[in-house]
Write a protein that binds this ligand. Structure first.
Ligand SMILES: *Cc1c(COP(=O)(O)O)cnc(C)c1O
Length: 433
C-alpha cells in the first residue's frame, strides 16, 4: 500500500503539467508539496518530513487527520452502501444527521437540505430566498445585500456576494449578477460597540428593501475575504433591520460552524437565529465533501405552501446526502459533543494570542488578532506565498498564507506545545519580512 502512495519525480511532473490546484496557473503553477499521509496534527511529506498542521485543511479537519472514530464510521457505512440516490429514497445516516443538525443549530432551523460543497449550499440558500419571495407573490425581491470583505465561495451567485475588490467581480464583469454592498463593519469583536457602525447597512436596507430578497453574511468572522472579526451587536442590528424591512437573513457558517470561533455557531455570539444557515467545511470533520443548508419553518413552509411551482423546491444534487459523508458527519459531531471542545478552543485561543503577540512589533505587520482557534497576522503588503511557504516547511509547520494574511487555524486537538511551535514559526518567519 505504502509503495503505491509514494510520489515520484515523474508524478510531480505530471501534476505540474496536467493538474490544476486552487487558484493557480497551468503554465506557471505555484510549487506543491507531496504528502503521503496525515495523522493527528501531523502532515507527512514524501521526503519523510513531518509538518505540524496550522490550517485544518481550510477550517475542516477539526479533529486532526486519520481519526480512528471517523475512519471506523466510514468503513462501517461502506459495508452497507457508499451511495444511493436521495430522490425517492431515504437512509439512516441522513436521518441521523438531519436530527443532529436540527438539534444543534439555533432554535427554529428545522428543515435541512444536504448538498455537496459550501459554494453549492450558498447557491441553495440564495435559491431558497428567491423561491420564498416568488411563493409569497413578491417577484421584485430578487437582490441580495451583503457586507464588504465577505467570502461565500466560487460559484457564480456565491462570487457575486464576495467582496467586490478582493473577490472576482472585475474579472467576471457582465457575467456576475450585481447586488448591494454595505461598508464592512469597523467595530472589532472586543471593542466597545458604536451603533454608527450600522449606518451604511441601514441606509441600504431602508432604501432598497423592496428589491432585496435576503441579506447574506458570515456571522462575526469574515473568513477568506479578510479574516476580520466584527462586533456581535452588528449582527444583532442586522437581524433587527432584516425583520423591520421584511428581508430574509442568510448566515454563512461554512467556516465558523462547529466551534471554530469559540461558540458552536458564530451566530451564538449574538444570540440571533438566521432564516437560512449554510454549513460545510468541518461538517464531516474534514474527511469528505458535504454541506447543508438549513431553513426555518417560515422559509420552508413559505416555499412549499405557495402557488409558485407547485411548492417544489428546485434543487437536487446527484450525490445529495451521500451516506458515507453523512456517516462521517455523524461521527464528527458525536466526537465534538463528547469532548471538551470549548476548553480546547479556549486553550488554543490563549496559545495563539500569547504566541503571536511579538508580531505586533514588526514593521511589516499591520494587525494581529485572535478569536477562538483562529489567529491572524495581517501584513501591510501582500506576501510571497511560495517563498513564505518554503520558510514554514523548513521550520516544520504547514501554514498557507494568501494576500496580506498569514494565519493559523489548527485542529482542536492541537496541544499547547504544538500551538507554541506554530506561533514560534510564524514569529520567526514574519520577523524577516
Ligand atoms: C469555504 C467557504 C465557502 C465555500 O465552500 P466550498 O466548500 O469551498 O465551496 C463559502 N463560504 C465560506 C464562509 C467559506 O469559508
Amino acid at each position: 500500500m505504502t509503495g503505491s502512495r509514494h510520489i515520484t519525480e515523474e508524478d510531480l511532473r505530471f501534476d505540474r503539467e496536467h493538474l490544476w490546484h486552487p487558484y493557480t496557473s497551468m503554465s506557471a503553477p505555484l510549487p506543491v508539496y507531496p504528502v503521503e499521509s496525515a495523522r493527528g496534527v501531523r502532515i507527512r511529506l514524501s521526503s519523510g518530513e513531518e509538518l505540524i498542521d496550522g490550517m485544518s485543511s481550510w477550517w475542516a479537519a477539526i479533529h486532526g487527520y486519520n481519526h480512528p472514530r471517523l475512519n471506523a464510521a466510514i468503513e462501517d457505512q461502506l459495508k452497507d452502501m457508499s451511495h444511493v440516490m436521495f430522490g425517492g429514497i431515504t437512509h439512516k445516516p441522513a436521518i441521523q444527521l438531519g436530527r443532529k443538525l436540527v438539534e444543534l443549530t439555533p432554535e427554529g432551523l428545522d428543515h435541512v437540505f444536504f448538498c455537496d460543497s459550501g459554494s453549492v449550499s450558498v447557491e441553495v440558500a440564495i435559491k431558497m430566498a428567491a423561491q420564498y419571495w416568488q411563493a409569497k407573490g413578491v417577484p421584485d425581491k430578487t437582490k441580495l445585500l451583503t457586507i464588504r470583505s465577505g467570502y461565500h465561495g466560487d460559484t457564480f451567485q456565491a462570487m457575486s456576494v464576495c467582496d467586490p475588490v478582493t473577490g472576482m467581480h472585475e474579472l467576471f464583469r457582465g457575467v456576475l449578477p450585481t447586488h448591494y454592498f454595505a461598508d464592512m463593519p469597523q467595530v472589532k469583536f472586543h471593542q466597545p460597540w458604536d451603533a454608527a457602525d450600522l449606518t451604511s447597512f441601514e441606509e441600504l436596507i431602508s432604501a432598497h428593501h423592496e428589491n432585496i430578497a435576503a441579506v447574506i453574511l458570515e456571522p462575526i468572522v469574515q473568513g477568506a475575504g479578510g479574516m476580520r472579526f466584527y462586533h456581535p451587536a452588528y449582527l444583532r442590528g442586522v437581524r433587527k433591520l432584516c425583520d423591520a424591512h421584511d428581508v430574509l437573513l442568510i448566515a454563512d457558517e461554512i467556516a465558523t460552524g462547529f466551534g471554530r470561533s469559540g461558540q458552536m455557531f458564530a451566530c451564538n455570539h449574538a444570540g440571533i437565529v438566521p432564516d437560512i444557515m449554510c454549513l460545510g467545511k468541518a461538517l464531516t470533520g474534514g474527511t469528505m465533501t458535504m454541506a447543508a443548508t438549513l431553513a426555518t419553518g417560515k422559509v420552508a413552509m413559505g416555499i412549499s405552501e405557495g402557488e409558485a411551482n407547485g411548492g417544489l423546491f428546485m434543487h437536487g444534487p446527484t450525490f445529495m446526502a451521500n451516506p458515507l459523508a453523512c456517516a462521517a458527519a455523524n461521527a464528527s459531531i458525536d466526537l465534538l459533543l463528547s469532548g471538551d471542545w470549548e476548553e480546547r478552543v479556549l486553550d488554543i485561543q490563549h496559545g495563539l494570542a500569547v504566541g503571536l503577540a511579538p508580531c505586533n512589533e514588526f514593521a511589516a505587520v499591520e494587525d494581529v488578532r485572535v478569536l477562538g482557534a483562529i489567529g491572524v497576522v495581517e501584513m501591510k503588503d501582500p506576501v510571497n506565498v511560495a517563498g513564505l511557504q518554503r520558510e514554514f516547511v523548513k521550520r516544520g509547520v504547514w501554514v498557507r498564507p494568501f494576500g496580506k494574511l498569514v494565519y493559523l487555524m489548527p485542529p482542536y486537538i492541537t496541544d499547547e506545545e504544538d500551538v507554541a511551535a506554530l506561533t514560534k514559526a510564524m514569529v520567526s518567519v514574519l520577523r524577516r519580512i
